[in-house]
Design a protein around this ligand. Structure first.
Ligand SMILES: Cc1cc2nc3c(=O)[nH]c(=O)nc-3n(C[C@H](O)[C@H](O)[C@H](O)COP(=O)(O)OP(=O)(O)OC[C@H]3O[C@@H](n4cnc5c(N)ncnc54)[C@H](O)[C@@H]3O)c2cc1C
Length: 341
């Protein structure tokens, strides 16, 4: 007998990579509504119009789910540019060196946003509500009510993809989550929430002509670590920066530093894009202002309301938590649970 019962309603909170991928995997089995605080998809994946990345940049060969999904979606990857010398910048001056080979990393042609854009374009039946920051989740008479201000959404099942600390700090639960769950959420740092990234675009990749890879480690300037960030027709460098100055001061400090490191051509960028993740309330909390010394040991199993509320997202993944791969693995795990496979 065919089953004509109405599909259950699944509410996914957050339209970052894990939320979009969970929707992609589950859209044939549930009516899906995605509630997103921002006015755009992607979460920590954030691009510029020229394919630059202000969030993640790299994927590695052991990130199997990321590579498989990229292939399935027809995306192109290319190797990170590493030819030539690197620079080491300390009080003794700028020195050229040949870095020890590290695990080769790949980049997305057109930027990492091509991954979230491609997923979004496949979600024909999923309903999106942007500018919808969830503030309350209620367990009520066999249904879960999710609220954003005066707007209410009813679902049979709710998946949060928020970084764990954002759940603990920004969402009210009724009945409340146990103190043990709140403590676990608060103790899980958000990966890269302490970072700020600058993308500096140029007319040409002049550093390559000088035998430089674009990679630099600096103890002297605003950018601590610099890499070649060029896309096909858009030469660029990117760097992680210390973001305790105004935007204009940061930009002029970046130009000064790059000119000192890479020579006079560096003084004339086409543009500089900055993104300070520390001050993005959809990523970072006051607890995340302290820099992390090491990559945390991620993995969390959080559910409540008799299993009708669950948490996914990269920080919940025991496999490559923190990375794009962790976000995908967490979505794969919940989809298997919900489909009973
Ligand atoms: C600067 C930087 C560099 C990185 N480099 C790499 C790299 O090179 N390689 C790599 O693999 N990974 C890297 N990462 C990590 C990678 O970006 C993340 O692992 C991945 O994007 C996380 O996806 P997610 O869906 O788990 O979370 P998120 O992308 O954080 O998604 C959560 C979503 O929830 C939304 N949201 C928040 N609060 C609310 C609310 N109250 N209501 C509704 N919606 C809400 C957010 O807006 C967001 O869209 C980097 C991250 C950053 C910031």
């Amino acid at each position: 007998m065919p089953n004509h019962s109405k599909p259950k309603c699944l509410i996914i909170i957050g339209a970052g990579l894990s939320g979009l991928y969970a929707a992609y995997l589950l859209q044939d089995h549930f009516e899906i509504v995605i509630l997103e605080a921002n006015d755009h998809i992607g979460g920590r994946i954030l691009g510029t119009p020229n394919g630059g990345d202000l969030g993640p940049t790299w994927v590695w060969s052991h990130h199997k789910a990321t590579l498989a999904l990229s292939q399935e979606l027809g995306l192109t990857l290319f190797a990170q540019y590493t030819k030539g010398d690197a620079l080491y910048d300390d009080p003794k001056g700028v020195q050229r060196f040949n870095p020890a080979p590290f695990a080769p990393s790949a980049r997305f042609a057109g930027g990492v946003s091509t991954l979230t854009d491609a997923l979004y374009n496949k979600l024909h039946r999923v309903k999106f509500h942007f500018n919808t920051p969830v503030d309350t989740i209620l367990d009520q008479d066999d249904e879960i009510i999710v609220q954003s201000g005066i707007n209410r959404y009813q679902g049979d099942k709710v998946i949060s993809t928020l970084p764990p600390r954002l759940i603990a700090q920004n969402i009210r639960f009724s009945p409340p989550l146990s103190s043990q769950i709140v403590s676990e959420l608060n103790q899980t740092p958000t990966w890269m929430a302490q970072s700020a990234k600058a993308l500096i675009s140029y007319e040409s990749a002049f550093w390559r002509e000088d035998g430089l890879s674009g990679f630099a480690i600096s103890h002297q300037g605003i950018l601590g670590e610099i890499h070649d960030a060029s896309q096909a027709d858009h030469p660029a460098l990117f760097g992680f920066f210390h973001a305790n100055r105004s935007v204009e001061d940061s930009k002029s400090a970046i130009i000064d530093q790059l000119t000192r490191l890479f020579g006079p051509y560096a003084a004339h960028p086409l543009c500089i894009d900055l993104k300070d993740w520390k001050i993005d309330p959809c990523c970072s909390t006051p607890l995340d202002q302290i820099p992390l010394r090491d990559h945390p040991d991620y993995g969390l199993d959080i559910s409540a309301f008799d299993g009708r509320f669950s948490c996914i997202g990269t920080e919940t993944s025991y496999i490559e938590g923190g990375y794009l791969e962790g976000a995908l693995q967490s979505a794969l795990k919940i989809s298997k649970q919900l489909l009973g496979i």
